[in-house]
Design a binder for this molecule. Structure first.
Ligand SMILES: Nc1ncnc2c1ncn2[C@@H]1O[C@H](COP(=O)(O)OP(=O)(O)O)[C@@H](O)[C@H]1O
Ligand SMILES: [Mg+2]
Length: 305
């Protein structure tokens, strides 16, 4: 009963009410792992985190976190407020520098990812709070997702040249394509700031997708949208993976959506990864259940000592 009710339980227990303390002892059982290197012929992870640790002053936001994300998967990262989810995304996107460990995009390893060249490594992200150009049209916002492709000075030199016209035409075609795919055609000329919030979120998704990123990082893409908008957006996120083969790392509080959408779910608590697996496994994982429900098992507590 507990297992089948977990989704509901997690929804009901606002994650902020996560009971600390007891769960922490369970976590200590989890060894600080070294990532299992995949076999030479296994498909290379699009994203790999190896032993990532990050502290702010004395506070450990991330502790020895490993993560392997395969091509084309939707990977959710869940956990209560303060668990380290945004920090993890910020390390992946270069906003934070890990104290220890490495971030790999395919064959490229970084201690700190160079944010400026993120797009060149095929990585795009959306932010927890909307980051649209509110005064620009939907179409122009989407086009901005391609701004990194050519440096502004270079474009100025080229103005009016056949090459500039070709780049412009290709960019506009890419923007039209993703606008069509996400059903934004009817509002392509509307000013983004005047649209309902859920639609703005969809425009943000379009802007992140227009460059066809290999890896898309979504920090709470469904926060603040209505229930029906949420379902719609979730379908678009899945659609993006299916259509473009985009690998997606998703932070999300709504456990129902996470269970529905993800191929794998990583669970963070106090900056440590306590579980990682397909939804059914996470749903049945005793450490996750204990952590979410704030229950410590005596035997596990003893093991931790
Ligand atoms: N820039 C920062 N400066 C100081 N502490 C931070 C900073 N970013 C995150 N933290 C701290 O790190 C911990 C993890 O935060 P965060 O990654 O935002 O968690 P989540 O996204 O899971 O809610 C929290 O205790 C938070 O206060
Ligand atoms: Mg966060």
């Amino acid at each position: 009963m507990l297992l089948s009710g977990l989704t509901t339980s997690l929804d009901v227990l606002a994650l902020e009410t996560w009971a600390p303390g007891t769960a922490r002892q369970v976590l200590a059982v989890e060894p600080a792992g070294v990532p299992a290197r995949s076999d030479a012929d296994a498909p290379r992870a699009v994203l790999r985190l190896a032993n990532i640790s990050l502290s702010f002053g004395g506070l450990a936001a991330l502790r020895d976190v490993d993560l392997d994300v395969a091509q084309g998967e939707i990977r959710a990262v869940i956990g209560p407020n303060g668990a380290g989810k945004s920090s993890l995304l910020n390390v992946i996107s270069g906003l934070y520098r890990a104290d220890q460990g490495e971030v790999w995009f395919g064959d490229h390893a970084f201690r700190q990812v160079p944010t400026a060249s993120l797009a060149h490594h095929g990585v795009a992200r959306t932010f927890q709070n909307l980051a649209l150009f509110k005064g620009l049209s939907v179409f122009d916002n989407v086009l901005m997702g391609l701004a990194h492709r050519v440096r502004a000075g270079f474009i100025r030199q080229l103005v009016g040249s056949p090459l500039a016209r070709r780049i412009e035409a290709e960019n506009r075609a890419a923007a039209e394509e993703v606008i069509g795919f996400l059903h934004l055609g009817d509002i392509r000329d509307r000013i983004a700031g005047t649209l309902p919030y859920g639609l703005q979120k969809r425009v943000e998704l379009a802007r992140a997708l227009v460059a066809r990123p290999k890896l898309l990082l979504l920090d709470e893409p469904f926060a603040g949208v209505t229930v029906s908008e949420k379902q719609e957006l979730a379908q678009h996120v899945r659609g993006a993976r299916d259509r473009y083969g985009t690998t997606i790392v998703l932070i999300e509080h709504d456990i129902g959506i996470v269970m529905e959408l993800s191929d794998h779910i990583a669970v963070l608590d106090y900056g440590r990864k306590i579980a990682d697996g397909p939804p059914a496994e996470i749903r049945a994982n005793q450490a996750v259940i204990d952590a979410y429900l704030g229950v410590a098992h005596e035997d596990e507590t003893e093991l931790a000592i």
